[in-house]
Design a binder for this molecule. Structure first.
Ligand SMILES: [Zn+2]
Length: 255
């Protein structure tokens, strides 16, 4: 068993990384606490607690939170940045958990759960209790992808759409529209978007040089956080010709 790498970004915001030793994708998972509920963003690349104990980790973090913030009706919501396997495989660990809602993975389920009136040009506020997270339509990498903006921490959780790694573009028009939607959203927030956190690190600290897919040891990986202005760079890069566009901090791959 490999212990998760847990970082408290603040008291109510926890970053959990599935270790490389348990799965080379090593996705980042986030747990956001509000007064009434916690929001788990993604469930990792395995449903085997013996490989990566996500359920036990989340239960422990929730118990610790509730000790300091008692609330008998406290709920856990498991949602996803998108529905590729390495972000949803742990869902079965939570289906029998009391006071827990696991958001379905189809586009219809995602739209209905959050209450998207239009898709994808829509932003839905989702209230954790004194903590509002905006849910923004984000297809292009995957059809039911969404981006989460936490108004409290100023973090934009971009999943695989923008991360220091390969940005796999499955639907170019939808991907371009999503980046433009995120730029408009960022600009409308007037500086409140402080940082972007995606779901993987695949780049080394050498600009433009990735670790190839399947890499388990990444001693010189670049940091996860990206500045909000990276969105303008991604928009520009999407106009470059060719299947691959290599940039300093990410690589666009058209599929
Ligand atoms: Zn992924």
């Amino acid at each position: 068993m490999t212990a998760p790498e847990i970082t408290h970004l603040d008291e109510a915001t926890v970053q959990i990384r599935q270790p490389k030793a348990s799965h080379w994708e090593a996705p980042f998972i986030f747990l956001l606490f509000g007064r009434d509920r916690a929001l788990l963003l993604d469930s990792g690349a395995t449903n085997d607690e013996a490989v990566f104990p996500l359920r036990g980790t989340v239960d422990g973090l929730v118990a610790k939170w509730l000790k300091n913030h008692p609330n008998p009706g406290f709920e856990l919501v498991v949602a996803h940045t998108h529905t590729h396997g390495d972000h949803i495989a742990g869902d079965p660990l939570f289906t029998d958990r009391p006071h827990t809602r696991v958001v379905g993975t189809t586009l219809d389920e995602v739209r209905t759960n959050f209450g998207f009136v239009n898709w994808p040009d829509f932003v839905v506020p989702f209230d954790l209790g004194d903590r509002v997270v905006d849910v923004i339509g984000g297809p292009g990498h995957q059809e039911s992808a969404v981006v989460f903006f936490d108004r409290t921490s100023g973090i934009l959780f971009t999943g695989d759409t923008v991360c220091p790694g390969h940005l796999y573009v499955r639907d170019t028009a939808a991907f371009v529209a999503t980046i433009e939607r995120l730029i408009s959203f960022r600009d409308a927030q007037r500086g409140a978007v402080r940082t972007l956190l995606g779901a993987h690190i695949e780049m080394s600290t050498t600009p433009g040089v990735p670790y190839p897919p399947g890499t388990v040891e990444q001693p010189d990986e670049t940091p996860l956080a990206m500045p909000p202005r990276i969105l303008d760079d991604v928009r520009e890069a999407l106009d470059l010709p060719g299947v691959r566009a290599v940039r300093d901090r990410y690589i666009i791959v058209r599929q």
